[in-house]
Design a protein around this ligand. Structure first.
Ligand code: AMP
Ligand code: ZN
Length: 487
């Protein structure tokens, strides 16, 4: 493959050469989390995938505006047009204000993203901060005759849009097949056609998150927020839109229809979809309870895990799969990733001690070229990692005196490996308490905890564990003794 970035575009179903609208600049929007519960490892995979993409674009010299929203209103149960708002529902159950729920889980999400070493987006807008923009787009689509008001709600008219449009173009679905697949749920009587979707919903008296609008006191539809926030910050047409595979339909299909109706232009040039993390072969999903939380991995507190894993090992595990492939989680796979991660990090450290020779016994330039080839081929991180392990083998041979490297090649290889490991894959050292002062302090604390436990003073032992956990240090008791991990 020639050395240009190629990206798989869901829209065409092909890998295409990446050409941004404005040379050297990229506008990228990624659907963010709905902040009504802790993010699970599946959600994290999607955000880590796009972090890697963002990082590679930056590494390639693009100036990137990366917008990732926070969904803090409008996302209803079952991703439907009817039912309770996910955040309002959680607020009711926990007897908190909706904005307390939003704050709690936004803070938690950002902390998890920090532990996984993801870069913050350039802009992180919220749906509730863009109600006016959503009302304006709704008015615009109504004026174009592609939406209608029904009982205080506004619905997008899929059939009218289809006179000139092509609803289904992203997901490859045909509208007649879609119609036969829909059930006539309560409330759909407000719609002219079961495929129509809400731009604005009139709030029922129990719906506590609502705003005034020309049509009713209500709230915006979930699909509209992403159209409002992406186009506000990136323009009517922008380069990349990403999200998990499960958002392709209806969420992204609806975004295309809304954008085209409002501006007459297709909003996005490259649609990218990250594949799912599965557990026991099934999609990790909050609603089915088939989930694993990041902190369970970091502490090892889950029966599925043989031990605790550092966030960087988990990130490396994810990078070993292509972002468009399904990745199945297992403790054994993570143990294998940990070995690979340590081997890679050890080789990087060894590079510093290598003495250059007069010439190189292997071709460093072609090794480095292979890193770029892998990433330019639709961000192929598993191939990148395999190619980096060729370099690791070379480094180990040099260390053992079975190969040589010249000084300029040593410099080039070191800086390329550093760039790809740290800047592109977003890995960093996983310090497992090998800082000697911390280690000494931890041994004192673990001794006090052991004494407390011997005396059945559970209050002190729990207090120590909880306080350490708040400080990012997780204690794990196992057959082998007490261990700890530092995040
Ligand atoms: P949500 O908070 O439900 O809106 O989801 C946030 C993001 O996580 C979306 O891009 C989803 O597509 C993605 N997502 C949800 N479940 C998984 C999973 N099992 N694996 C990968 N991504 C997921
Ligand atoms: Zn979205």
């Amino acid at each position: 493959m020639e050395n240009q970035l190629h990206i798989y575009n869901t829209l065409s179903g092909e890998k295409e050469v990446f050409k941004p609208i404005v040379e050297k600049h990229v506008g990228m929007y990624v659907c963010g989390p709905t902040v009504y519960s802790d993010v699970h490892l599946g959600n994290c995979r999607t955000f880590i995938s796009f972090d890697m993409i963002y990082r590679y674009l930056l590494h390639s010299g693009y100036k990137v505006r990366y917008v990732r929203n926070i969904t803090d209103a409008g996302h209803l149960e079952n991703d439907a047009d009817e039912g309770e708002d996910k955040i309002a529902q959680k607020a009711r159950l926990e007897k908190l204000e909706p904005m307390e729920i939003v704050q709690k889980y936004t803070v938690g999400f950002r902390e998890v993203m920090r532990l996984f070493n993801t870069l913050p987006p350039s802009i992180e807008p919220t749906a509730t901060g863009h109600i006016i923009e959503q009302i304006e787009i709704t008015k615009n689509i109504l004026e174009k005759g592609l939406a209608y008001v029904s009982n205080g709600s506004v619905y997008f008219d899929v059939e009218k849009f289809n006179v000139n449009g092509d609803y289904g173009m992203l997901s490859g679905r045909k509208t007649d097949e879609l119609i036969s697949g829909t059930r006539d749920l309560d409330g759909q009587s407000e719609k002219r056609n079961p495929l129509d979707f809400a731009l604005w919903k009139k709030a029922s008296p129990s719906h506590i998150m609502h705003w005034p609008s020309p049509w009713s006191i209500g709230f915006p539809g979930w699909h509209l927020e992403c159209t409002a926030m992406s186009t506000k910050y990136l323009g009517d047409q922008f380069d990349i839109h990403g999200g998990g595979m499960d958002l392709k339909f209806p969420h992204h299909e609806c975004e295309i229809a809304q954008g085209k109706s409002a501006t007459g232009k297709a909003p996005v040039n490259y649609w990218l979809h990250a594949n799912m993390l599965t557990l026991n072969g099934k999609k990790m999903s909050k609603s089915t309870g088939n989930t694993l939380l990041p902190e369970e991995l970091f502490s090892g507190n889950n029966n599925l895990l043989s031990k605790a894993f550092h966030p960087m090992v988990v990130r490396f595990f994810m990078m070993q799969a292509h972002y468009r492939s399904i990745l199945d989680f297992s403790s054994e796979a993570l143990v294998a990733s940990e070995k690979g991660f340590i081997k890679l990090m050890t080789a990087l450290a060894d590079l510093n001690a290598i003495k250059p020779a007069a010439s190189s016994s292997e071709n460093a330039d072609s090794m480095i070229g292979s890193f770029y080839e892998a990433m330019n081929d639709d961000f192929n991180t598993p191939v990148l990692i395999a190619n980096m392990f060729e370099a690791v083998t070379y480094i180990n041979k040099i260390k053992d005196g079975n190969a040589t490297i010249s000084a300029p090649d040593l410099d080039k290889l070191r800086s390329a490996l550093h760039a790809f490991v740290f800047d592109v894959l977003g890995l960093r050292e996983a310090k497992e308490g090998n800082d000697s002062k911390l280690e000494a302090v931890m041994q004192v604390i673990l001794e006090i905890r052991k004494k407390a436990r011997d005396e059945k003073d559970w209050a002190t032992s729990d207090l120590l564990r909880d306080r350490l956990s708040e400080a990012g240090i997780q204690i794990k008791d196992s057959k082998e003794g007490v261990t700890y991990t530092v995040q």
